[in-house]
Design a protein around this ligand. Structure first.
Ligand code: SAH
Length: 350
C-alpha cells in the first residue's frame, strides 16, 4: 500500500529507489493529501507559520553555458544581454534591507566579468553595510579556489541545483562541454568549504522519468542539502526545448511534500516558476510543505531580460510591490513573512 510507504517515509526519512519511484508512479489525490498533511505538520513543528524571504538580485544574464532548457543560454541570440555593476547591486541590497530582507541572493549566468576580485569586493561591501544579513550566491560552477575566496569575503550560502541526479539525463539537458561529475563535485566542494548548500532540480524537464525523479529524491536524502530548490520546467521559446510540455503544479507540490518528509528541516522555496504555471502556485507550494519565497529585488528595467523561461512573473513590479504582494498572499493563507536571516533549524527535537 502506498499509504504504508508514506508513513514509512515520515518515520524513517528514507525509502529505497524503487519505493520512491512507486510513490510517484502510483500517486493519487488521496496519497497527495496524506503527504501534504504530514509535510505541513513537520514544517509547522519546526518553522511554525513563518515564511522566510530571500531577496533575489539577478546580477547578469550573460552566460558562457548552453543548457538546452535555459532562456539565457549562450546560443540564444534573441536574448538582450545585461549585467549590473557593483553600485547597482549594492543599491538593490540597500533597498532590500529597508524592506526587511535579511538574505540576498546574487544569481546570474556564468559571466566572466564577475571575477573573484569583483565578487569579493562586492560581498565584503554588502557585509560591511549589513552585517546582520546572509549572502547567498547562485553563480554556477567555479573552481574550489574561487568558492574558497568568496566564502572568505563573507558569502554564507551557495545555490547550485544539481538539475538531475541521473548522469544520462544530465547529458540530455546539457551540451557535452558540461558534466554531471563537475556539477556534483562543485556541490561537494561547497559543502567541504562550509557553505550552506542548496541543490535542486526542475520537475517535468524533457526526458525526465519517475525513475530519474526517484534518483533526485535519493540524492536529496543522501547529500542532505540545507536548501532544495525545485520548480516546474517551463519551456522558453528560443531554446531547443521550446516544444516540450511544462512540468505540472500537481507533481511539483507532491515532490515538495516528499522532500519535506525526507529532510524535515530543509529550506524549501515555493519558486517563481511555480507561481508562473499557476496564479496560486506559490501559495499551494507553501501549503504542500515549502517555507521560503524569493521576491525579486532586481532593478525593474532588467527583470524581463532575465528570462529563464516564458512568461516569468514578477517582472513588472517594483521591489516594494513584489514584497508586499507576497506578504499579503502569505497572510491570506495564514502564514507570515519573517524578518530574519532564516537559517536552517538543525537541532530540531522530535
Ligand atoms: N547559472 C546559475 C543559475 C542558473 S538559473 C547556475 O548554474 O546555477 C537558476 C535555475 O533556474 C537553474 O538551476 C534551473 O534549474 C532553473 N531554470 C533554468 N531554465 C529553466 C526553465 N526553462 N524552466 C524552469 N526552470 C529553469
Amino acid at each position: 500500500m502506498i499509504q504504508d510507504l508514506i508513513y514509512k517515509l515520515a518515520q524513517s526519512h528514507s525509502l529505497s529507489l524503487e519505493e520512491y519511484e512507486r510513490l510517484i508512479t502510483e500517486r493519487s489525490e488521496e496519497s497527495a493529501g496524506l503527504l501534504r498533511r504530514l509535510a505541513v505538520q513537520e514544517r509547522v513543528r519546526i518553522y511554525g507559520y513563518d515564511v522566510y524571504i530571500r531577496g533575489l538580485i539577478e546580477i547578469s544574464n550573460i552566460c558562457k553555458n548552453d543548457c538546452y532548457y535555459c532562456g539565457i543560454r549562450r546560443s540564444n541570440t534573441h536574448c538582450e544581454r545585461y549585467r549590473l555593476n557593483p553600485e547597482q547591486i549594492i543599491s538593490c541590497t540597500d533597498e532590500g534591507y529597508n524592506l526587511g530582507f535579511r538574505t540576498f541572493v546574487l544569481q546570474g549566468g556564468e559571466d566572466s566579468y564577475f571575477t573573484d576580485e569583483i565578487l569579493c569586493g562586492l560581498i565584503s561591501r554588502i557585509k560591511h553595510n549589513h552585517s546582520d544579513c546572509a549572502i547567498t550566491l547562485s553563480l554556477g560552477e567555479r573552481s574550489r579556489t574561487s568558492y574558497e575566496r568568496l566564502k572568505q569575503s563573507g558569502a554564507d550560502r551557495y545555490l547550485l541545483r544539481h538539475e538531475t541526479a541521473d548522469k544520462t539525463h544530465y547529458s540530455q539537458l546539457h551540451p557535452s562541454s558540461m558534466s554531471f561529475e563537475n556539477r556534483i563535485n562543485c556541490l561537494q566542494t561547497l559543502r567541504e568549504l562550509h557553505y550552506q548548500v542548496g541543490a535542486g532540480f526542475m520537475v517535468g524537464s524533457p526526458f525526465q522519468t519517475n525513475k530519474t525523479l526517484a534518483e533526485d529524491l535519493k540524492f536529496i536524502e543522501t547529500f542532505k542539502p540545507e536548501m532544495c530548490g525545485i520548480g516546474p520546467f517551463i519551456p522558453h521559446k528560443d531554446t531547443p526545448f521550446r516544444d516540450y510540455k511544462p512540468g505540472t503544479l500537481e507533481l511539483t507540490c507532491y515532490l515538495l511534500s516528499i522532500i519535506r518528509l525526507i529532510h524535515p528541516a530543509v529550506l524549501l522555496p515555493a519558486t517563481t516558476a511555480l507561481g508562473t504555471i499557476d496564479p496560486l502556485g506559490r501559495e499551494k507550494g507553501i501549503l504542500s510543505g515549502a517555507n521560503v519565497v524569493m521576491p525579486n529585488l532586481s532593478p525593474v528595467d532588467v527583470r524581463k531580460k532575465y528570462e529563464l523561461y516564458d512568461n516569468k512573473i514578477c517582472t513588472g513590479e517594483e521591489s516594494a510591490q513584489c514584497k508586499s504582494c507576497l506578504e499579503s498572499r502569505m497572510n491570506a493563507i495564514g502564514y507570515k513573512i519573517a524578518v530574519t536571516k532564516g537559517d536552517i533549524i538543525i537541532n530540531e527535537s522530535k
